[in-house]
Design a protein around this ligand. Structure first.
Ligand SMILES: [Zn+2]
Length: 264
């Protein structure tokens, strides 16, 4: 499932479309419930990320917001590459096309005519996300720290994979009540969130290459960073820090992976 780093890589790769005009939008999946006419002749003013959302700014036409969910992805290319899973095509005046590919139809594309204004928390890679800001949030929460990190209304963009990884890097148990974290633990967690997200963006970027022509069809599902995860999906393997066995537990219906020995 694409989390912040994967979405960020898509957004960076889509920067060349800023300034182009959507000649025509072709909606191939009626379930998207999207009015093609509202998109045609709209000029793309920006492509940004907010949490796990891709926000394509269309000036007075509003914001076109894509959420990839489980298996959605985007491709940008000149050639015709329609597959049975292609749900939408934006034909740009540059001759390029943006393909929205969505095999399981879980991803969404929504036009917000008045602009996208979601109930999302702080961006973890922004300057607003300080150790102090994190301390203020944890102090008020009795939730265990792992589900705390998944709550998009607090911090936007962190999902199941990077929450587990950040907690392993900071040596904190996912079961700790958020309000019991000490200042030095919060500082470590804050650093770990930044480092794991940045490492993942870099890893995905490596897979993808930096040019649009290298656009990798499977990004968002599998990137190079997949091979560098320390705990996620590594149940019964040895912890690379202490050698103890990694365990999997369930928290709020989601799997959490961690090392009981060095995460306390
Ligand atoms: Zn360990």
């Amino acid at each position: 499932m694409p989390e912040l780093p994967e979405v960020e890589v898509f957004v960076r790769c889509l920067q060349p479309i800023v300034g182009t005009l959507i000649r025509r939008a072709e909606v191939l999946d009626q379930r998207l419930n999207l009015d093609e006419s509202k998109l045609s002749e709209a000029r793309i003013s920006s492509v940004d990320r907010r949490g796990k959302h891709i926000v394509i700014g269309l000036g007075t036409a509003g914001d076109l917001v894509i959420h990839l969910r489980m298996s959605g992805r985007l491709r940008l290319q000149r050639s015709t590459e329609e597959t049975r899973y292609t749900r939408m095509i934006l034909h740009l005046d540059s001759g390029e096309r943006v393909y929205f590919i969505n095999p399981r139809r879980l991803g969404t594309v929504i036009l917000y005519p008045k602009g996208f204004n979601p109930q999302l928390g702080v961006e973890p890679l922004s300057t607003a996300f300080t150790s102090e800001a994190l301390a203020q949030m944890t102090a008020r929460s009795r939730s265990p720290i792992k589900p705390f990190l998944l709550d998009q209304r607090r911090i936007a963009g962190i999902g199941n994979i990077y929450a587990s990884e950040a907690l392993w890097r900071s040596g904190i148990s996912p079961e700790r009540a958020s309000s019991t974290l000490e200042r030095d633990e919060i500082a470590r967690l804050h650093r770990s969130i930044g480092s794991v997200l940045n490492d993942a963006i870099q890893g995905q970027g490596t897979t993808l290459g930096h040019s649009v022509s290298d656009y990798h069809p499977s990004v968002g599902e599998q990137g190079e960073f997949q091979n560098r995860l320390s705990v996620y999906g590594r149940e019964t393997e040895s912890c690379e820090r202490c050698g103890n066995q990694i365990v999997r537990i369930k928290q709020g219906g989601r799997s959490t992976y961690y090392c009981r020995e060095c995460q306390t």
